[in-house]
Design a protein around this ligand. Structure first.
Ligand code: 6R9
Length: 650
C-alpha cells in the first residue's frame, strides 16, 4: 500500500468520543480490559466461568495450529444457556422476541414460551429419528420458526445448516448434499415485498437430487390459498401437526464444548461454497461476550439486528448472542421498503428500539431514499447504532450518526466474518473515541495485525493485509469435510497467521481502517488504491447515493479506475454530472484516484447479503463475458450495466 493513498484515508479528522453519561453507564468503561486480553487463556476462561456448564474443562485451549479446541472436555448445551438459565433465573416472563411479519402481524415470545416452543420442536425432530450429530438443513424466511428450529437442533445436538431463503434450488441442493442432511425444514413460502417466495416449490426441485433427505418439515406461513404446496406422503410433514401433541419439555443433549453446533456456507472464490464449521463452547462464549460488550446490552434494552438468520450475523447476533444475554430482540420478516420506505423507522418508533444493527448497503439505500422517511418518525428511543458487512464510508457514517442517531448515539462499526463467528474489531461504545470510517481496535482477547506480502508487521501508519495472530474462542474449526481446504484457504499464506483476505490500514492510534477484500484492491500507475477509498470519495458527492469501483486493464497505467455510480433520487445522469463527479474524486483524494470511466447504474450487482460483487463489474468494465451470477440478488442488473458499457464504448 503506497503512502500517498494511505494518507488520504487518514485525513479524516472528525472525532466522536462517547458522552460522559454513556461512558459512565457502559458495560465496559475501564480500558484495563484491553491489557487483560494479553493472556488470552486466562481472559477467556474468566468469562467462560459465567456460563452454565454440565462439566468443567480440563484445559482452556489446545492449539495444534491451525486446529483449536477451547474449553477442552467441558460439557454444556447452548440452549440451556440461551433459555433455561433465564427461565430459572427470574426472566421467564421477559420478552425474548418481538416478531413482526411483513404484512403487519406480530408474535411475541417470552423466554418461557420460547423454551417451550423449542422443546416441542426438538421433540418432534427426535420423533422423526434425528439424533445427535445428524445434520439438518433449514430453508425458511424470517419467521419465528426459523429461530425455534435452529435452537431445537442445538437442543438435541443436531448441527444445523441454515440456507438463506433467497437462494435458488441449485444453491440449496448443493448445500444439502455437501452437509449430507437427513432432514430439511422449509416453509410454504415467505413474504418479500408483498410477494411470495415459493420456498417449498424451490425445495422440491432441490430434493429431486438429494436422496439423503428422509423428512421435510413445512411451516405454513402463507396459507393454502396463496401458496398451495404438494405434500409427499411419508416424507413431508406440516410443522403445526408435528408439534401439536409434542411435549413442551425436552432433555437437552449433553454436548462437548467441541461438538459441532452448525455449518454455515459461505461462497468461496472458486464458486463452490465452503461449509464453515462452528462448535459449541467457544462459539457460545465468544458471541455472548462480544454481544454484551459491543452492544452494551442492558436489561431494559430493545435490540434489533436487521440481518437475516440465513447469514452469520443472524446466527450470532439475532439468535445465540442476544439470547445468551437474556436480551429482548426485535425480529422482522420482510423488506425495508414495504409497504413504505419508512418501514424500519416505523418499527423503531413503535417498538421503542434502543439498539439498532444494520449494514452499510442498507444505510446507503436509506440515504438515497431521502431524509423525509426517518424524519417522519420519533427515533429518540435509539441509544446505540451498529454496522456490519462492508466498510462503512465516512459519508454514510456521518449520515447514520446525524440522521438516525440524532447526533447522540455512538456507532459500532463491527468487522468480522462467517469464519470468525463473532465480532473481532469494533469500537467499545463506552470507551472508544470514534473516527468515521474506522472500526477502531481489536476487541479484548483478540489479536489482529496488519502485515506486508511477506508476513512482516507493518508499522503505523501503514497498510497491508489483515491477519489474526492468536486463536479465539468463536473461530471456525474448519471447513466441513475438508481439512485440507481449511489449511489452504486460511493458513497457507503466512506461517502461523490466519489470513482474513481483507486489506486494512493501521493508523498511529492503533485504529484499523478496513479496505475490503484484497482481490478488490487496484494497482494504478504503481499505486495501490483501495476501491473503498475511491467509493468513499464518490459518495461524498451530493448527487451520488452509492458507488462501486473496479480496476480494468490499461495499456499505460496497468489498471485504470472504472466507477459505477447510482445517483440520488432526483439527480439525472449527464455529461456534466460525469465530469463533476470525476473532478470531485480528484479533489478529494488526488488525481491518481480520478476514475477513468464513470457508468451511471440504476442499481449495483450485489450478493443476497448486500455485498457488492466487484468481480462481475470487472467483467463488465473489461468488456468480457460476465461470470457466474447465481449468487446475485437481482441478475437483471448485469444486463442493464452491460448496455451502459456498450453505449459508453460506442
Ligand atoms: C459478518 C460478515 C465477511 C467479509 C469480511 C469483510 C467484510 C464485514 C466489515 C467488513 C469492513 C466491516 N466486512 N464487516 N468490511 N468493515 N465492519 O459480514 O460476514 O458475510 O462472512 O463477510 O465482509 O470483507 O471479510 P461475511
Amino acid at each position: 500500500m503506497s503512502h500517498e493513498t494511505i494518507e488520504t484515508l487518514l485525513d479524516e479528522d472528525r472525532r466522536f468520543p462517547p458522552s460522559e453519561a454513556f461512558a459512565a453507564a457502559a458495560n465496559v468503561n475501564d480500558p484495563a480490559i484491553y491489557e487483560a486480553g494479553e493472556d488470552i487463556e486466562a481472559f477467556w476462561e474468566s468469562h467462560a466461568k459465567t456460563f452454565t456448564w454440565f462439566e468443567p474443562w480440563t484445559k482452556v485451549l489446545e492449539w495444534d495450529l491451525p486446529f483449536a479446541k477451547w474449553f477442552v472436555g467441558a460439557k454444556t448445551n447452548i440452549t440451556v444457556n440461551c433459555l433455561d438459565r433465564h427461565v430459572e433465573g427470574g426472566k421467564a416472563d421477559k420478552t425474548a422476541f418481538i416478531w413482526e411479519g411483513e404484512p403487519g402481524d406480530e408474535r411475541i415470545f417470552t423466554y418461557a414460551e420460547l423454551l417451550k416452543e423449542v422443546c416441542r420442536f426438538a421433540n418432534a425432530l427426535r420423533a422423526l429419528g434425528v439424533q445427535k450429530g445428524d445434520r439438518v438443513t433449514l430453508y425458511l424466511g424470517m419467521v419465528p420458526e426459523l429461530a425455534i428450529a435452529v435452537l431445537a437442533c442445538a437442543r438435541i445436538g443436531a448441527p444445523h445448516s441454515v440456507v438463506f431463503g433467497g437462494f435458488s434450488p441449485d444453491s440449496l441442493r448443493e448445500r444439502i448434499k455437501d452437509s449430507d442432511s437427513k432432514v430439511l425444514i422449509t416453509g410454504d413460502g415467505a413474504w418479500r415485498r408483498g410477494g411470495v417466495v415459493p420456498l417449498k416449490a424451490n425445495a422440491d426441485i432441490a430434493l429431486e437430487e438429494t436422496p439423503g433427505v428422509e423428512h421435510v418439515v413445512v411451516v405454513q406461513r402463507i396459507g393454502a390459498e396463496k401458496a398451495p404446496v404438494p405434500m409427499q406422503a411419508g416424507r413431508d410433514h406440516w410443522w403445526h401437526e408435528l408439534v401439536a401433541d409434542a411435549a413442551d419439555t425436552c432433555e437437552p443433549e449433553v454436548m462437548d464444548a467441541e461438538d459441532l453446533l452448525f455449518i454455515l456456507y459461505t461462497s468461496g472464490t472458486t464458486g463452490h461454497p465452503k461449509g464453515i464449521a462452528h462448535t459449541t463452547g467457544g462459539y457460545m462464549v465468544g458471541t455472548a461476550m462480544t454481544h454484551r460488550w459491543v452492544f452494551d446490552i442492558k436489561d431494559d434494552d430493545v435490540y434489533w439486528c436487521t440481518a437475516d438468520i440465513g447469514w452469520v450475523t443472524g446466527h450470532s447476533y439475532i439468535v445465540y448472542g442476544p439470547l445468551a444475554n437474556g436480551c429482548t430482540s426485535v425480529m422482522y420478516e420482510g423488506g425495508p421498503d414495504h409497504p413504505g420506505k419508512d418501514r424500519f423507522w416505523d418499527i423503531v418508533e413503535r417498538r421503542g428500539v434502543t439498539i439498532f444493527y444494520t449494514a452499510p448497503t442498507a444505510i446507503r439505500a436509506f440515504m438515497g431514499w431521502g431524509d423525509e422517511h426517518p424524519k417522519s418518525h420519533d427515533l429518540s428511543s435509539l441509544r446505540l447504532l451498529g454496522s456490519v458487512g462492508e466498510p462503512i464510508n465516512p459519508e454514510a457514517w456521518m449520515w447514520y450518526h446525524d440522521t438516525i442517531g440524532g447526533g447522540r448515539c455512538p456507532i459500532v462499526d463491527t468487522w468480522w466474518q462467517t469464519e470468525t463467528g463473532g465480532i473481532m474489531i469494533s469500537p467499545l461504545p463506552g470507551l472508544t473515541t470514534n473516527k468515521p470510517g474506522s472500526a477502531a481496535r481489536a476487541l479484548p482477547g483478540i489479536h489482529v495485525d496488519v502485515v506486508d506480502e511477506e508476513g512482516n508487521h507493518v508499522d503505523a501508519p501503514g497498510g497491508g493485509l489483515l491477519v489474526i495472530r492468536k486463536p479465539w474462542p468463536s473461530m471456525l474449526r474448519g471447513i466441513y469435510g475438508n481439512p485440507e481446504r481449511y489449511k489452504d484457504v486460511y493458513w497457507s499464506k503466512f506461517d502461523g497467521l490466519y489470513f482474513a483476505g481483507d486489506g486494512a490500514k493501521l493508523d498511529e492510534d492503533g485504529y484499523y481502517w478496513l479496505l475490503g477484500r484484497v482481490d478488490d484492491i487496484m494497482l494504478v500507475s504503481g499505486h495501490n488504491i483501495s476501491t473503498m477509498e475511491v467509493e468513499s470519495a464518490l459518495v461524498d458527492h451530493p448527487a451520488v447515493a452509492e458507488s462501486a469501483v473496479v480496476g480494468r486493464t490499461h495499456a499505460v497505467k496497468g489498471q485504470a479506475i472504472a466507477a459505477f455510480v447510482t445517483l440520488m433520487g432526483g439527480a439525472e445522469p449527464s455529461e456534466e454530472a460525469r465530469a463533476e463527479i470525476r473532478q470531485h474524486v480528484a479533489a478529494k483524494i488526488g488525481p491518481i484516484g480520478r476514475p477513468d470511466d464513470v457508468y451511471f447504474a440504476p442499481a449495483l450487482p450485489k450478493t443476497r447479503s448486500g455485498k457488492i460483487m466487484r468481480r462481475l463489474l470487472r467483467d463488465i468494465a473489461e468488456g468480457r463475458e460476465v461470470g457466474d451470477t447465481t449468487t446475485l440478488a437481482d441478475p437483471g442488473v448485469v444486463d442493464t450495466l452491460r448496455a451502459q458499457y456498450e453505449k459508453h464504448r460506442s
